[in-house]
Design a protein around this ligand. Sequence first.
Ligand code: HEC
Length: 225
Amino acid sequence: MSKFLKVALASAVLFGAGFAASAEEAKKFGLGRAALPEEVKAWDIDVRPDGQGLPVGQGKVSDGETIYNEQCAVCHGDFGEGKGRWPVLVGGRDTLKTHDPVKTIGSYWPYLSTVFDYVNRAMPFGNAQSLSADETYALTAYILYMSEIVDSDFELSKENFTSIKMPNEANFIEDSRPDTPVLADGKEPCMENCKEGEVKITGRARILDVTPEAATTTNKAGGID
Ligand code: HEC
């Protein structure tokens, strides 16, 4: 038998076995049903940095301003400065290396897709997923304008979305720890005899005393003293 045929046959057997097993499991527990296409569509709303998942649509800064003033400013402030203790959306440029970094969309977020996805998924707080695609594009455009990334006549759309580069993108780098799938230095991860030089234990959690104490009569909840 050719190698190809053997592999094909083995896959067919494995596939068959897997199928039979899942049908068997379903029968055993009598639970669940296949998700409906509408359910999958409602759940599958993520938008990725390369634009994958973006809905068709567009929105102008000026339209975003109107919607923002009606639905967002009450918490995030007229200029994105944040009312009271609600989150700040704008400002903080050049503060990341200071003692008090202010992490906002303009100062910190690496990709615009996160803004669209977040607003679309979670805002306005308390009435999530009530915005249309065009409203979400307009709000994203307005947040970009408030962050001084685009001009007041800008219109954001599915087509020009990935042309927007966020100011802090270049400061995000690949995680080069050996157990991550992509290595910044491109080297294969070391799997044995990897220790370099002397390893010293400099502290232990027990000595640092980070474990909450058991509850006592005076401190019923327990906790760190
Ligand atoms: C009732 C108050 C409220 C309203 C209204 C509101 N938000 Fe928010 N917003 C929040 C809170 C609270 C968070 C943080 C949620 C969290 O961290 O879990 C947040 C987070 C955000 C963030 C992420 C900020 C960050 O740096 O993490 C964005 C962007 C945002 N809101 C945009 C909007 C937009 C656009 C609107 C209007 C459509 C809106 N919000 C309306 C309360 C509000």
